[in-house]
Design a protein. Structure first.
Length: 404
């Protein structure tokens, strides 16, 4: 016989398999909680990605719109500057032409003035010769020979030659031309008396004097009129040049101003283009990074779902394959405990061999446990290796340990 000490109420010990089930349930709850936390974190990150991508897209579209406006303004300025440059070139050509015209007109005027001076000198000389000849003739009337006669003849011949040289301008008659020719060719002492005493000589010279004075007056008037016209023309040309130069200077200033504005807008466009390209580059990197995160999240979600499925299948295998036997064993153990409890605190238990039912039931229970544990361990191990899940592999090892 043997002595056995029993308590009125003894708590049933947790079996290894039940312990594994409990661990799997905890792992399942932990995995689900981690999934919720990761889902919340991913949702937050996804919102961040969307906000950043949308913000960059807005900035890119804003930059594109601004670049289009700047490009249009630059094109307009370029066209305006080109037009101004053409107008400036035309004005430069015009100014050059006006200056050339003015210079040519001055050359012509200088040549005309030189001719005038020459003709004016001839007319003035002729007038002087006529005046001296008339004076000499009047002075020599009483002398009638000698030196006075010779001087008078020289003076008269000089007038005659001058008059003959200008005969086309003086409108002389044939008789006057013959008389002047005779005087111009006369020699002292030869036919001078008849020539000298001709009453027409003095009158002819006086007439020549008037004609010479008329020629000079006409030359002076023509010179005055020509010079006045020249000065008027030159003044007009100078005014045209002045106005053209003023207009050219204004257009050059406007072109320079537009060029500065264009360069400023071009710089602004270049900076905006650079910002746009930076935003696009950042957006591209962000999209790639967010896409990779999304793929990793999908992979992790699939892995977690597979882990939960494996845990569920393992628990199902353990529960369906082991728990019923444990329930039967619990009933047997409960009956034995009830009988013992009815005898009092101290109980003498006779040593008896285990019944066939007990032996058979225990054997079957252990076999079921091993089979269920094997199935659960296989599921956890295979899925753990496939998913490379350290948690499932570790749990499969715990199941194997629990079998032993």
């Amino acid at each position: 016989a043997a002595c056995a000490l029993g308590l009125l109420h003894v708590g049933r010990a947790v079996t290894p398999v039940e312990k594994v089930i409990e661990l799997l349930e905890k792992l399942e709850a932990q995995t689900e909680e981690e999934g919720k936390q990761e889902a919340a974190a991913y949702d937050k990150y996804a919102c961040f990605c969307k906000e950043q991508v949308d913000e960059k897209q807005y900035q890119i579209e804003k930059s594109i719109a601004k670049i289009e406006v700047l490009s249009a303004e630059i094109d307009k300025l370029t066209s305006e500057i080109s037009t101004l440059d053409g107008e400036i070139a035309e004005l430069s050509t015009k100014i050059t032409g006006l200056e050339t015209e003015s210079a040519d007109a001055q050359k012509i005027r200088d040549a005309e003035h030189a001719v005038y001076l020459e003709k004016e000198a001839d007319a003035a000389g002729a007038i002087d010769a006529c005046e001296r000849a008339i004076a000499a003739l009047k002075e020599s009337k009483d002398a009638m020979g000698g030196k006075a006669e010779l001087e008078a003849l020289v003076q008269v011949q000089a007038v005659a030659r001058t008059a003959l040289a200008l005969s086309t301008q003086m409108s002389l008659s044939d008789g006057q031309v013959r008389t002047l020719s005779a005087i111009a060719g006369s020699q002292p002492g030869k036919a001078y008396e008849s020539t000298y005493h001709s009453n027409d000589i003095i009158a002819t010279i006086e007439d020549l004097l008037k004609r010479f004075e008329g020629i000079k007056a006409q030359l002076d008037q023509e010179e005055f009129d020509t010079n006045a016209m020249h000065d008027k023309k030159q003044l007009g040309l100078k005014n045209e040049i002045k106005f053209a130069e003023k207009e050219k200077a204004e257009k050059e200033a406007l072109a320079a101003e537009k060029t500065d504005t264009k360069e400023a807008k071009q710089a602004d466009k270049d900076a905006e283009t650079k910002d746009k390209n930076s935003d696009k580059a950042f957006q591209s990197v962000l999209v790639d990074e967010c896409q990779k995160k999304a793929e990793l999240w999908d992979q992790r979600s699939s892995t977690r779902a597979a882990e939960l499925t494996a845990i569920s299948e393992a628990m199902e295998a353990l529960k369906t394959g082991v728990s019923p036997n444990y329930k039967a064993n619990k009933k047997l153990v409960g009956l034995q405990e009830a009988k013992a409890a009815a005898t009092g605190h101290w109980v003498y238990v006779e040593d008896r061999p285990a019944s066939f039912l007990q032996l058979r039931g225990g054997s079957r229970s252990r076999a079921a446990e091993r089979h269920a544990a094997d199935q659960a361990g296989d599921v956890l191990r295979q899925v753990g290796q496939k998913l490379r899940s350290d948690a499932l592999i570790a749990m499969s090892l715990k199941v194997e340990v629990a079998e032993d």
